[in-house]
Write a new protein. Structure first.
Length: 223
């Protein structure tokens, strides 16, 4: 059974999501919250598999709530999906930085919402790395400022691991990385696994964000 928590300040939205998800086999809504502060409290209490988190909420917004949840070791198995009204909402990039598994538009088709919950609960990335890269590039372009160039997180990486991170940042899969660097698929997978550990990243979407934040990959450019 996939357990879900709903965080949205609009009761009607929560009711709609609950009716949809509770009507699906193998999914159960176990908690609701009307603001970010309450969301953190109920998620810590119920430890659901997935949290559907609205961005704009009273007291604590969805961005801060997401960061608090994803930084809690006790909630390492809980994945957060951020809900937003606009595809390039300024908060979406911040949510990915905070460790969200991905984002959905609030006008998402019901079947797509259900599928997103199942995908994220299975531990997979909701956003393909290439889609994440396009999102980040669009945000950076819209903001009119380059990505940060703090390479502090890279100091623990080997030269090969930096190469792999840069390719992940460009949206390449493990198989594509193996082909590009002339490695076995297993070796490429091992390098990516080490990146997760060394950079404390929850998924590939976060690795893409790190690649941009450190300046390893820049909008419109490769290595």
């Amino acid at each position: 059974m996939i357990t879900v928590a709903l965080a949205d300040d609009q009761a009607l939205v929560r009711a709609g999501f609950r009716a949809l998800l509770d009507g699906e086999d193998g999914i159960a809504v176990v908690a609701e919250a009307a603001d970010g502060e309450e969301a953190v409290e109920v998620v810590r209490r119920h430890r659901p598999d997935v949290v559907l988190m609205d961005v704009r909420m009273p007291r604590t917004d969805g961005l801060r709530a997401t960061a608090r949840l994803t930084s809690d070791p006790a909630l390492s198995r809980t994945r957060v999906i951020v809900l937003t009204t606009f595809e390039l909402d300024e908060y979406v990039f911040g949510a990915l930085r905070a460790g969200a598994a991905g984002f959905l538009l609030k006008d998402v088709e019901p079947a797509d919402l259900v599928e997103a919950v199942r995908v994220v609960a299975a531990g997979e990335a909701l956003l393909a790395p290439r889609h994440t890269r396009r999102l980040i590039e669009a945000f950076v372009s819209q903001a009119g400022a380059p990505a940060a160039t703090d390479d502090g997180p890279l100091r623990e990486l080997t030269a090969r691991e930096r190469e792999v991170l840069a390719l992940v940042g460009q949206g390449l899969s493990n198989a594509e990385i193996a082909e590009r660097l002339v490695l076995s698929p297993l070796t490429a997978k091992t390098h990516v696994a080490r990146l997760f550990m060394k950079l404390a990243a929850r998924d590939r979407a976060q690795l893409v964000v790190i690649a941009y934040e450190t300046g390893l990959v820049r909008p419109g450019r490769g290595l």
